[in-house]
Design a protein around this ligand. Structure first.
Ligand code: PEP
Ligand code: CO
Length: 463
């Protein structure tokens, strides 16, 4: 929380701000803002506090954070199949991880509010016409006309409504035990793993999960309730401060302010200026906060940032999401971990292996290679082992649909196959199969870390 007791959700306006739209129609903006401020919250303060408590476990290696979803949600994709598929893949991934890692997995979707995107340029040239860049459905439309690209405040109301619809469905699905597939891991699509060297191990794991589910169902004699109430949290990049600010509230019987548009807001790599508006805003809220850190960055500035966002040094408060890219990780991550550790700053280390490993194909399609993504995760685990630190989570861009956006994986998707179902307007995502495979490989890496630590402790080196 902010050291200042006078902090208010709108004070960020006194600080330099990046990536924020200018709304030409101020009258309309004021009307919309007032309306948004009066809407009921999307999430509750006790859910937020509950998540913070669970993150304390991730910080200490007793739980693992799985954060994932679209690079950018779109209003059009607020549909039943899209939501079901994303939820399904996140739940299945978490089941794989829980089974293999034997610790709880905290599921956080890039979901129900991930509608705004930072852009490297304010304008872009579309078919010879210079237009405002598309900044996500929360701000403007992707349609390339001046009218549609002009920031429209009404989109914030639509964003709130789409988020509410999404959350409503997510809550119904996760609280009602409505996922038949989770009761039947044997239905999980496994054939794609056939060509993978881990196929047998993977199949054995699914059988084992199936038996465990049956066992619990049998002894509790209530197969509808056993898997009821899986918890799913939401997160989005706090980019449009008008949207997040309007939904930042005080709640009865608790001190401080809560951003009640999401459980876990994060600050992006481009807007985390120490003296900027985004950090000032985030310094005043009680939610746990994610900070993306990747090149270019100054170690010491990030240390000051962590202190500013967590002046009391609370556990479970800061999720430090490193996204170095394979080209920089060896140069930057070890030193950075050493500095954070030596200052005794409590953080949950998470790894975003996506954003530092993006490239364009010859046909100008943005893609990522499954192997590079995996490499960054493995390297991050290894560096944390080396530094006697601890990786507590991952942050992935993924979808439950069978898109073709990232190359590689067990099916060996090649660059010339990307066009067959390339759907993203933004960054390339792991598809359903690539995501399950990734979960399995992350869990393997975790087990490796645990067994090395056990070995070290056995050898009397350290625990
Ligand atoms: C993102 O998470 O989609 C993103 C833009 O990441 P970063 O801020 O790390 O570049
Ligand atoms: Co992205």
């Amino acid at each position: 929380m902010s050291t200042s007791t006078t902090w208010k959700p709108e004070d960020w306006k006194n600080y330099p701000v990046k990536q924020l739209p200018e709304y030409p129609d101020q009258k309309l903006f004021n009307k919309v803002y007032k309306e948004l401020k009066n809407y009921p919250p999307l999430v509750t303060s006790w859910e937020v506090e509950d998540l913070k408590q669970k993150l304390v476990d991730a910080q200490h290696g007793r739980a693992f954070l799985l954060q994932g979803g679209d690079c950018a949600e779109t209003f059009d994709n607020c549909t039943s199949p899209q939501i079901v598929n994303l939820l399904k893949v996140l739940l299945q991934m978490s089941f794989i991880m829980i089974h293999e890692m034997e610790i709880p997995v905290i599921r956080v979707g890039r979901l129900a509010g991930q509608y705004a995107k930072p852009r490297s340029s304010d304008t872009e040239n579309v078919n010879g016409q210079e237009l405002p860049s598309y900044r996500g459905d929360l701000i403007n439309s992707i349609e390339p006309t001046l009218e549609k690209r002009t920031p429209n405040p009404k989109r914030m109301l639509q964003g709130y409504q789409k988020s509410a619809l999404t959350l409503n469905f997510v809550r119904a699905l996760t609280e009602g035990g409505g996922f038949a597939d989770l009761h039947h891991p044997e239905y999980w699509e496994l054939d794609f793993m056939r060509r993978n060297k881990y196929y047998k191990e993977y199949g054995d794991m699914v059988n084992s999960i199936t038996h465990a589910v049956r066992f619990v169902e049998t002894i509790t004699n209530n197969n509808l309730n056993t898997l009821k109430q899986v918890q799913m949290y939401t997160s989005h990049e706090t980019l449009n401060l008008h949207y997040d600010g309007a939904q930042t509230r005080r709640v009865p019987h608790k001190d401080g302010w809560y951003n009640l548009s999401t459980h876990l807001p994060w600050v992006g790599n481009r807007t985390r200026d120490l003296d900027g508006a985004h950090i000032h805003y985030l310094s005043g809220i009680s939610n746990p906060i994610g900070i993306k850190v990747g090149p270019p960055f100054d170690d010491d500035e990030v240390l000051r940032l962590i202190e500013k966002l967590n002046p009391k040094g609370q556990d479970g408060k800061i999720v430090l999401i490193t996204r170095m890219g394979m080209n920089h990780i060896h140069d930057r991550l070890p030193k950075f971990i050493q500095k954070v550790t030596s200052e005794g700053l409590p953080v949950i280390w998470s790894c975003d292996p996506m954003h530092g490993n993006t490239y364009s194909t010859e046909e100008n399609l943005k893609t990522r290679n499954f192997d590079a993504i995996l490499d960054e995760i493995r390297t991050t685990f290894a560096i944390h082992r080396e530094e006697k630190s601890h990786l507590g989570g991952v942050h992935l861009e993924l979808t439950g649909d069978n898109v073709t956006e990232c190359v590689g994986g067990a099916k060996g998707l090649k660059a010339d196959g990307l066009k067959s179902n390339y759907q993203t307007f933004c960054d390339p995502r792991l598809n359903y199969q690539q995501s399950l495979e990734m979960a399995f490989l992350i869990a393997k890496e975790w087990k490796q870390t645990v067994s090395e630590k056990k070995q070290e402790s056995f050898n009397g080196v350290r625990v």
